[in-house]
Design a protein around this ligand. Structure first.
Ligand SMILES: [Mg+2]
Length: 403
């Protein structure tokens, strides 16, 4: 069998997605993947179209590992968000083809189920504690047992902590990136109070987590982890920038708050120091920016060896094929922890049917062969690409800060 065509489909059913369709010489047999990199979509689409697709034509789609090694190591220039996202798009499509040929869902190819569904968490944000509390109660009513909580911080300005729906209304989705203002001191005062409020009002049973978005320095992160200890977080997410793995030692030594990290990592070597030293409890790479299922399996195996659980990144800026891959991995991995999720708008389901189903606090994998996703190219063409960016962040004095 041979690959005959690689189609790269860029579409914007609410937000931009880059989709990959790999067609084979077997009639009707193709695979779909997701190669979306928020704010840099066309860089990935161009890498795929101009540089990677010509290398795939004529290759045997069954040889996933060899193709992965060929694209990662064979090209000399390796790694980074653009190339690893492109590689993930190819990798997912090849796994989809393998599943379709076998007539089996991806989780079965990965060793079969170790659990039925994947424990899922949703995002709740609000302008104040009462609004967050209302959102948490609504999530609980929907069956969620794990909820991520963020709140707007007095004196800071922007999308951080504000419910996604209202945040998007505050900023243009086209043109230049919107800018936020963010200061650590009011943030560090606010978050422990939010968690205290929620434990008092919604109780101890619900699992709560909070995302720092890599905005703190080591001693600030250590302080926050320590002050949040009484509220028993499920985990504190991405407390530090991805560059300094050794800084996690300070945070670890300061508290028993569980730590999660990894959505800005692109290879297993980024993850290794944190896993090997047991400096984190959850590895939360983005499969769509890590080279796909092939690399994620290896990261998961490393993590299992050191008692670290998985919590793959699952935001709305990656497309349903990556969410589907997340859940196929989740239900097959022995060391799965939790799965981040979003509810996609109807237009996304129309263009990319097959996102994992949410029910009873969990996500459920498709039983269809392969990933279980498809691309409706006619529908995709109705939603052309529109340039859009993630916000950027500045300190109050105007200097650039980490988003
Ligand atoms: Mg995050």
């Amino acid at each position: 069998m041979k690959i005959t065509e690689v189609r790269v489909i860029v579409t914007c059913p609410g937000r931009n997605y880059v989709l990959v369709k790999i067609v084979t010489d077997e009639p009707g047999l193709y695979g779909v993947g997701d190669a979306t990199l928020n704010g840099r979509e066309l860089a990935v689409a161009s890498a795929l179209q101009e540089h990677i697709a010509p290398l795939l034509i004529g290759r045997d789609p069954d040889r996933i590992e060899d193709t992965w090694q060929y694209l990662f190591r064979g090209a000399y220039w390796r790694g980074g968000p653009v190339l690893m996202t492109a590689l993930a798009g190819v990798d997912l499509a090849l796994w989809d083809i393998k599943g379709k040929r076998a007539g089996l869902p991806l989780y079965s190819l990965l060793g079969g189920k170790t659990r039925e569904g994947a424990l899922a968490y949703t995002h709740v944000g609000g302008r104040d504690f009462a609004e967050v509390e209302d959102g948490v109660r609504a999530a609980m009513a929907r069956g969620f047992r794990v909820v991520r909580v963020q709140v707007a911080v007095p004196g800071n300005r922007g999308t951080y902590g504000v419910a996604a729906g209202s945040a998007k209304g505050d900023f243009p989705r086209e043109g230049l990136p919107p800018e936020e203002v963010w200061e650590p001191s009011p943030y560090l005062r606010t978050i422990p109070r939010l968690l205290a409020h929620l434990r008092e009002t919604v109780g101890e049973e619900l699992e709560l987590l909070h995302d720092v978005h890599e905005r703190l320095n080591p001693v600030q992160a250590a302080r926050l982890a320590k002050e949040l200890e009484p509220y028993h977080l499920f985990f504190l997410e991405d407390p530090l920038r991805p560059e300094h793995k050794e800084s996690f030692r300070l945070v670890r030594a300061a508290s028993a708050t569980p730590l999660a990290m990894g959505e800005l990592f692109h290879t297993r070597w980024d993850c290794l120091p944190l896993i090997q030293e047991q400096l984190i409890d959850f590895i939360r790479c983005d499969i769509g920016h890590l080279g796909g299922v092939t690399e994620a399996r290896k990261v998961a195996a490393l993590a299992e060896t050191f008692q670290v659980q998985t919590a793959w990144h699952g935001p709305g800026d990656i497309a349903p094929p990556t969410h589907a891959a997340n859940v196929h991995l989740d239900v097959s991995l022995p060391n799965f922890g939790v799965q981040e999720m979003v509810f996609f708008p109807e237009a996304v389901h129309e263009v990319i049917p097959g996102a994992p189903e949410y029910r009873d606090g969990a996500l459920w994998p498709s039983e269809s062969p392969g990933l279980g996703c498809d691309i409706n190219e006619e529908a995709a063409a109705k939603y052309p690409y529109r340039r859009a960016y993630l916000p950027t962040t500045r300190r109050a004095d105007g200097s650039v800060h980490d988003w």
